[in-house]
Ligand binder design. Structure first.
Ligand code: SME
Length: 164
């Protein structure tokens, strides 16, 4: 049984504790799917106001659905489509206040309004996956959310690529 103490009285403590939990649960594990599955669970459990949290991996030049929590989602996303494709192709995080205003947004769940996607890079800098968070609330994500998710994505990079 895993038990983590996550203090979500503010975003700094939430993301500090969440980072430590994600680091601890992936530490020493070499299977990428197992690591993504546990991290998706932690993100979903502790980050408030989400309706989807999970991963897409780059497989054969496109994004392929990975472990997640939330409603069943689109399986294949081309790199030139959607918020996830933008993060994967540019290597830059994408924070979208209102997905209805984002050209090319892919609606997996009509309830999603705002979205935060962070690229995950291998040790040699190639994007290998993305973390995708969706919220039913407009402008749900701010700089602290972006920084918190980037830190987790950076920690995960070597832990997903070495075993993928
Ligand atoms: N909305 C995403 C697609 C993935 S789902 O949100 C789970 C996008 O535009 O890339």
């Amino acid at each position: 049984m895993y038990e983590y103490s996550i203090d979500n009285k503010n975003k700094k403590s939430l993301y500090d504790d969440l980072y430590n939990a994600c680091e601890a649960i992936t530490h020493g594990e070499t299977d990428a799917v197992a690591n993504m599955a546990n991290v998706a669970s932690l993100l979903w459990q502790y980050i408030p106001q989400l309706n989807w949290a999970g991963f897409y991996r780059i497989v054969d030049g496109a994004l392929l659905l990975g472990p997640f929590q939330g409603k069943a989602a689109c399986i294949h996303i081309p790199l030139d489509k959607g918020v996830c494709g933008a993060a994967a192709s540019t290597g830059e995080p994408q924070c979208v206040e209102d997905v209805n205003q984002f050209a090319g947004h892919i609606a997996c769940d009509a309830e999603s309004v705002s979205e935060l996607v962070a690229p995950i890079k291998s040790s040699n800098g190639n994007v290998i996956a993305v973390i995708d968070l969706d919220s039913p609330n407009k402008a749900r994500f701010d700089e602290q959310d972006i920084d918190g998710i980037i830190r987790i994505a950076e920690m995960l990079g070597p832990r997903l690529s070495e075993s993928a």
